[in-house]
Design a protein around this ligand. Structure first.
Ligand code: FCB
Length: 377
């Protein structure tokens, strides 16, 4: 299985889940304070040494808006410099940075103003993105504006499980619309500052099958709604793949669950191929910006990675332009409403001592990364 020569290999994290010490709408929420998390804010250099030793040539992470703009309109230049150091540390190690500008957490001042429900939210986001772009444009080539807008809107406004827990279909749609607007403004801002940069979103796509009556609306709102609206303002598509959903009768999630992760999520590698086939219609390069599983004992991760890569490889043989794979996650981290128990890391973290330990599956993935780069230009 040989991947294209320029293929990017790496892993992903997000600010609130790994940095530690963040003050935002999640840290204010009952189950959302990640405390020290992995202390990655202070240990990024060692963590990137490990990523490099594992053969990665790219890394996907996010900038924490609440650090950059902790008070409305007040920019913390020291934090911009922090992320400049993060990006440079990646480059020094030969890792291409993929930088996400918003991964689920809001500055508290914006949360108090209604968060993404506020019609001005896309303009606040645009103002933040412009500041980042003006400061860091010559350091970054690949930008991701928003992480999983559909999952955020679903969990925060339809399912009541994430802050601000405002369950309402009307609000769900309003938030999605504002996120579309936010992406479009950010796309324009980034490309205006640097014509050569590449801008996309990280989009969670689910492979739905079964009863058409439910499949069509689910597919439309979860998979198509956002991408349809931004299809002319993106240079690539970031794909986050975790879920297969078989609909039987009028019940969702009628999966056979032959294999599943510690979170009970079904492992269904073929689904990544199915969603890739569907994304072909947008005619853009695709990067797998997240894909992984909670597996504390590391019993299933090796097989998981190999099988997903095999299906991705097959998609590439069928002329789908996939250009990179970022495993979720580089490190064990804070898994939102679930807390710290799910272990997604290629690298295990001891939260008492903050010691890092490379899991066996990470070494297998490293071999795949390294072998594929043998012929890289
Ligand atoms: C994705 C999120 C990421 C992580 C994984 C497990 O939906 O983008 O932050 O929580 O799920």
């Amino acid at each position: 299985m040989k991947f294209p020569n320029n293929f990017l290999w790496g892993a992903a994290t997000s600010s609130h889940q790994v940095e530690g010490g963040n003050v935002n709408d999640w840290s204010e929420w009952k189950k959302g304070d990640a405390g020290r998390a992995c202390d990655h804010y202070h240990r990024f250099e060692q963590d990137f040494d490990l990523a490099k030793s594992l053969g990665h040539n790219a890394h996907h992470f996010s900038i924490e808006w609440s650090r950059i703009e902790p008070k409305e309109g007040k920019i913390n230049q020291n934090e911009i410099e922090h992320y400049r150091q993060v990006i440079r540390a990646l480059r020094q190690r030969g890792l291409e940075p993929f930088v996400t500008l918003w991964h689920f957490t809001l500055p508290t001042w914006l949360a108090k103003k209604g968060g993404w429900l506020n019609p001005k939210a896309p303009y606040y986001f645009d103002r933040y993105v412009k500041i980042i772009a003006e400061n860091l444009f010559n350091e970054v080539k690949f930008w991701i504006t928003i992480n999983e807008p559909n999952v955020y809107a679903l969990n925060s406004y339809l399912r009541d499980v994430w802050p601000p827990q405002k369950k309402s279909a009307a609000k769900y749609l309003k938030v999605l619309k504002n996120l579309v607007k936010a992406h479009q403004l950010a796309y324009r801002a980034l490309r205006l500052v640097d014509l050569d940069c590449q801008v996309g979103v990280a989009k969670n796509q689910t492979f739905f099958e079964g009863n058409l009556l439910l499949k069509y609306p689910a597919n439309y709102f979860h998979n198509q709604y956002f991408l349809e609206r931004i299809k002319n303002s993106q240079d690539f598509i970031g794909l986050n793949y975790y879920f297969h959903n078989r609909i039987k009768g009028f019940k969702f999630n009628h999966n056979s669950n032959e294999e599943f992760s510690d979170l009970g999520w079904e492992i269904y590698p073929e689904g990544i191929y199915r969603v890739l086939k569907d994304l072909k219609k947008y005619n853009k390069p695709i990067y797998i910006t997240e894909n992984g599983l909670a597996d504390k004992d590391d019993a299933k991760r090796e097989k998981f990675i190999k099988e997903h890569l095999t299906w991705i490889w097959r998609a590439i043989q069928e002329k789908i332009d996939v250009r990179g794979y970022f495993h979720w996650s580089l490190l064990d981290n804070f898994e939102w409403d679930k807390g710290f128990w799910p272990r997604f890391g290629l690298i295990e973290v001891d939260y008492q001592t903050m010691a890092r330990k490379i899991r066996p599956s990470a070494k297998i993935y490293a071999r795949i990364c390294k072998e594929n780069q043998l012929f890289a230009p």
